[in-house]
Write a protein that binds this ligand. Sequence first.
Ligand code: NAD
Length: 513
Amino acid sequence: MTESAVWKAIDPSTGEVFAEIKGTPLDEVPNLYERAHQGFNSWSTLSLEARVSYLKKLRIHLNGHLDDVVDAIHKSTGKVPLEALTNEVLPVLNMIEYIEKNARKVLGIQPKPTPLILQGKSSHVEYVARGTVLVISPSNYPFHLAMVPVLNALVAGNTVILKTSEAVPYMGQYIEELFYEVGFPDDVLQAAHGDGDLGQALIAEQPDYIFFTGSDTTGRKIAEAAGSNLIPLTLELGGKDPMLVFADANIPRAVRGAAWGAFTNSGQVCMSVERLYVEASIYDRFLEQLVEFTESLVPGGDPDADLGAMTSMQEVKLVEELLLDALAKGARLVTGLPPEEWNFDNGRYLKPMILTDVTADMRIAKEEAFGPLLAVMAFDNERQAVQLANDSRFGLNASVWSSDLEKARRVASRLVCGGVLINDVILTVANPNLPFGGAKDSGIGRYQAEIGLRIFCHEKAVMVDQGRRQQEISWFPYIGKYPKFKQLCQALFGRYRNWPALLVAYLKLKQKR
Ligand code: NAD
């Protein structure tokens, strides 16, 4: 795409163009960084309290304009207003509150113990802003997943360049205007509008940190580009999350949990339920209830509808490919429509789909299906359930459903992934006190909680000596020190600490100093 592109913001629920956003020219990228560096000089020297107070103003402003922000998200993505409110705006408000309460504790100076061998010194860790952070955000939660890293980076003292997804071009402009209305200083947050080419140009200009959320395919390109310049980064990538339902689970709850976990945001969720494994003894009963409940869900543009539209045609095409591949290899579509019956005349809506008879050779068994397409399979015992759940190159979230909490905890701790819920789905991400991120191909690093603030800082180790002694025992000259240091080691780290021997060795070393 050329840098002079104008990006049309299309409402997926109507097909109407509601805004046109001028793309950021590639030759403008150095200027963005120049402004970000200027902004950093003043923003990073504000007190932490002052920066937090801007976030507080933003929280109050957002809370007073809930319908506006929900409308902007709904028009951009096609998701239903309730999901825009509960899954995009509310987590941002929650995060701001977390930051207001915890930033001082998390980013303030952290005193640390100093070992005996370094006697007479004190140690602490300081958190220092990195500089300019590049946030590249995805199409599926374009407000939440842009705002959370932006706010954490800002409060730590960085300036931010935000590149939102070209699939939702209005969101970058909306967020930039929001910061302007709240009164943030100029150039503290700048939005850049464009696609992957702009993303690459922004990385080439060498930000001090990259926070990326998106597919693992793009994540690899970003890691490669960042790697050659040693730019540190966080990658929040895709998932193929398993849900394990044991026979002793609360079945009506697990049925509703599976439907919500698989079909909220029309399945365009990194940690949506994609592989549902049900214990064989309840499989038929469970599937019957799940199909019945799924068929009661209402897609469409009505404000009370359950399922919103697909945000981009690219995702629709991927769902179509995975579905056709599965059907050709013998899977059964037990509810939902086959692709030849899909009709987007009244918005990009897909009815939720459930597949059975899924086998390992099907793409749907391995690849992320970013849409309302769920594969349901059976397992025989706990061991097999764990093995099936872990049989994926992804490891984002997972869930375990059982009334035996001891068993559920045991299974949960054996799953290789970044987060697990017991008798619930997805919601670890809704708790700002919990770190979020993935294992395996689901990403590198974590955000939210303490780590979510600290990744945007250099962690600086500081050790202080009063500077009164002429020199240290470990400094030159070394002559005659080896046997004393050996005695010191033996006294310190044997089975028991030998205090008299330690004192003797130390005093002898002091004499040598
Ligand atoms: P995507 O990878 O297509 O795009 C994400 C962003 O990367 C967009 O802003 C895009 O313009 C940009 N981009 C594309 N190519 C680039 C390049 N070469 N260099 C720099 N930037 C580039 O993903 P998407 O379709 O927007 O989002 C869906 C994906 O994101 C799914 O795989 C989903 O699982 C994942 N996701 C992960 C999380 C998480 O927290 N782990 C959350 C939401 C979404």
